[in-house]
Design a protein around this ligand. Structure first.
Ligand code: PLP
Length: 385
C-alpha cells in the first residue's frame, strides 16, 4: 500500500537518472524519452547550462521572499518580454497558477467575469483553471464549477460568437490543444478570433503552458498563426523540470495587478529564476530553434511515411515537437508495446499518442523512436488480424 493518493496511473518503472533524451531506470533499463515529463524537459535531462545556473544560485541564495529585489527576477522577466508581444510578467510556480493569475487579471482589469474557453481544452486543476477546462471528466465530482465560464468549439468561430455576453471579459485558448488530442488552431480561426476580440473588446488569453518555450519550433505557439494576445501563460518548459510558471500581459493591464492585489510566496524565487534564464538563453542561441524545428519536421515526416499505409493509424498531426498520432486502437496498447521496446510516449485522450521528445533531440534518436513505433504498429496490426 502506497502512502500517496492514487491520482496517477504510475508505470512499473522507477526512474533514477537522465541524460539528454535518455532515461535510466533502477533495474538498469534505458529508455528513449519522447514524453519530456509531460512536455516539460524541453532541453533534455542534465542540460549543463541549466544545471550550472541552478548550482550557482543554490550556493548564493534560495529564498528571500518577494519583499526584496532580485536581479535574477528582472532578468528572467526581461527575457520573456523581449521574446513575446507582452510587457510585464507575474511569476508563479505552475501552469494552473499562471492561468489563475490570467483569469483574475482578466476579471480585475475589465470589471467583467465571464470567460469563454474551448471544449476539449485543458488549463489546469485548481478551481478557476479547472472551470476553464472544457472537459466534463476533469470536472466530475468537484461541482458546482466556478460560475461565469462557457465553452466554444475549437476552430469554430460561430460557437465563440454565440457564447459572448455583456459580461464577457476574455477568450482563453490554447494554440494547440495538447491534452485534448493534439488539435492545431487553423489560420482562419486565429484570424477570426483576433478580429472578434478586437471588435467586442475582449481580452485574448493564450495558454502556452504546453506549447511555449520552443516546444512547437518557435518561442511561442501563437507565432505560427500570428496572434497578438493580451495575456500569455507559460510553465512546463520554462524551468525544464524546475517548478515555475509565469503570466505575461500587455502594458495596458499592468495597473490592474496593483500593490497587494495578487501574490505568491514562492513565485519568482531565485532558484527558479536562475534556471528559467538559463533555459531562455539556450532558446536564444543562434540557430537553436531553427535546428529544432527542422528536426521536428523530419520526425513528423518520418512518422507520416511509416504510418501512411497502416490500417490502425488515422492521422499524424501537430506542430514542431508536439505531435499526435491518432489511431483506431486504444493509444495505451501501442504506448505499452513501445515502452517494452524502450520508447516512452504519452497519450492525449483515448486514441491519440503524443510524441514530445526534448526539443534538443537528434535525427538519429528520432529514427530509433520511429523504428520502435513502426514495430509496435506491425505487432498490433498482426494481433488484430
Ligand atoms: C495547456 C495547459 N495548461 C495548463 C496546464 C496545467 O499546468 P500545471 O500542471 O503545471 O498546473 C497544462 C498541463 O498539462 C497544460 O497542458
Amino acid at each position: 500500500m502506497s502512502y500517496l493518493f492514487p491520482t496517477y496511473a504510475k508505470k512499473e518503472i522507477e526512474l533514477t537518472q537522465g541524460n539528454g533524451a535518455t532515461l535510466f531506470s533502477k533495474d538498469g533499463s534505458r529508455y528513449l524519452d519522447f514524453m519530456s515529463g509531460i512536455a516539460v524537459t524541453n532541453l533534455g535531462h542534465g542540460h549543463p547550462g541549466v544545471i550550472q545556473a541552478l548550482h550557482k544560485q543554490a550556493d548564493l541564495l534560495w529564498h528571500g521572499s518577494n519583499l526584496f529585489h532580485y536581479e535574477a527576477q528582472e532578468a528572467a522577466a526581461k527575457l520573456l518580454v523581449e521574446n513575446s508581444v507582452c510587457d510585464v510578467v507575474f511569476f508563479c510556480n505552475s501552469g494552473t497558477e499562471a492561468n489563475e493569475a490570467a483569469i483574475k487579471l482578466a476579471r480585475k482589469s475589465t470589471g467583467k467575469s465571464h470567460i469563454i474557453s474551448m471544449n476539449q481544452s485543458f488549463h489546469g486543476r485548481t478551481l478557476g483553471s479547472m472551470a476553464a477546462t472544457g472537459q466534463s471528466s476533469i470536472h466530475a465530482g468537484y461541482g458546482p464549477m466556478l460560475a461565469s465560464f462557457s465553452y466554444g468549439s475549437f476552430n469554430q468561430i460561430e460557437t465563440v460568437k454565440d457564447a459572448i455576453t455583456e459580461d464577457t471579459a476574455a477568450v482563453m485558448v490554447e494554440v494547440i490543444q495538447g491534452e485534448g488530442g493534439v488539435h492545431v488552431m487553423t489560420q482562419s480561426f486565429a484570424d477570426e478570433l483576433q478580429e472578434l476580440c478586437k471588435e467586442k473588446q475582449l481580452l485574448l488569453i493564450i495558454d502556452e503552458v504546453q506549447t511555449g518555450m520552443g516546444r512547437t519550433g518557435k518561442w511561442f505557439g501563437y507565432e505560427h498563426v500570428a496572434l497578438d494576445p493580451d495575456i500569455i501563460t507559460v510553465a512546463k518548459g520554462l524551468g525544464n523540470g524546475f517548478p515555475v510558471g509565469a503570466m505575461l500581459a500587455k502594458d495596458h493591464l499592468r495597473e490592474a495587478f496593483h500593490l497587494g492585489s495578487h501574490g505568491s510566496t514562492f513565485g519568482g524565487n531565485p532558484l527558479a529564476m536562475a534556471v528559467s534564464s538559463a533555459v531562455m538563453n539556450q532558446l536564444n542561441e543562434p540557430g537553436f530553434l531553427e535546428k529544432s524545428e527542422a528536426t521536428a519536421t523530419f520526425l513528423m515526416n518520418q512518422l507520416k511515411d511509416v504510418t501512411q499505409t497502416s490500417s490502425i493509424v488515422k492521422e499524424v498531426r501537430g506542430q514542431g515537437f508536439l505531435i499526435g498520432v491518432e489511431t483506431t486502437v486504444e493509444a495505451s496498447i501501442l504506448i505499452k508495446a513501445c515502452e517494452e521496446k524502450g520508447l516512452l510516449l504519452l497519450p492525449a485522450g483515448v486514441n491519440v499518442i503524443r510524441f514530445l521528445p526534448p526539443i534538443t533531440i537528434e535525427k538519429e534518436e528520432c529514427n530509433q523512436a520511429v523504428s520502435i513505433f513502426q514495430a509496435a504498429i506491425r505487432e498490433c496490426t498482426e494481433a488484430l488480424n
